[in-house]
Design a protein. Sequence first.
Lengths: 71, 194
Amino acid sequence: MKVRYDLAAKVTPAMVLEEALANQHRYKAEPLFSRTGTGSLSSSSTSDSAKAVTRSMARIRKLTQLAKKMA
Amino acid sequence: MRKRWREGVKTERTLLETLGWLRSYHRKAPFLFFNGNTFAEIARTLIDAFFAEFPHARRRQAASLAAHYVAGVLDGKFIVSAIASLAEKGDLKPGDRIKTLKGSVTGKIVRVLSDGRVVWRADSGAELIALPESLLKVEKKDKATPCITTASQHAMKKLPGEGFKHAWSPLIKMDEAVKAKISALLSKRTNLSI
């Protein structure tokens, strides 16, 4: 296995945004945030994990294609 | 802050330096909300691509370690050794001591099947079949090989009495310019300020 700097260099803000938005529902502000300024992060469900795998595979496929085009 | 970020993006860094740089922005709190998940998510997505050739389970654990580091709950030395252990090749043979990726179950390899999967016996006595990439070899001299469970335990201990042994990350401190900008925005609509 080798590290894929070539793929990491092609990660776009849109890809990060997609991941961040997909996780957003796990960050719970209420009921504590308004009183304490501290929210919480709920555990990911099995469906969250399955969706994360699909997104990750799709992203890596896309990055690999991009890397091949640039080569 | 935005200008510094855009300038900083152009600098070439090692992986650990990049994670440290993201961590430093998390500490500066450039946004009113969600600083943690913004910067941790950048780290997670980068690591996911960087280790694209890892089996998925290992890649996910590496990304999780990086995100914990950026969020300030793990130190640099710990994630370097933990990622190194995830990168080890899974050439397992009968008799090897192993543990699961999360480190919650340990056991011994019984035999290697022809399709590459391994049969292993957990210390509890249960016999299990697994893909070699879902197990880590335990070195005799290194009983405390970092693992994900250890990482989560680190992340959960916050006070010295709970066993937290590291120096705390620098406090999250919003940049004065960001503070002024947000106060101005808030005061336009309300009487609030920060």
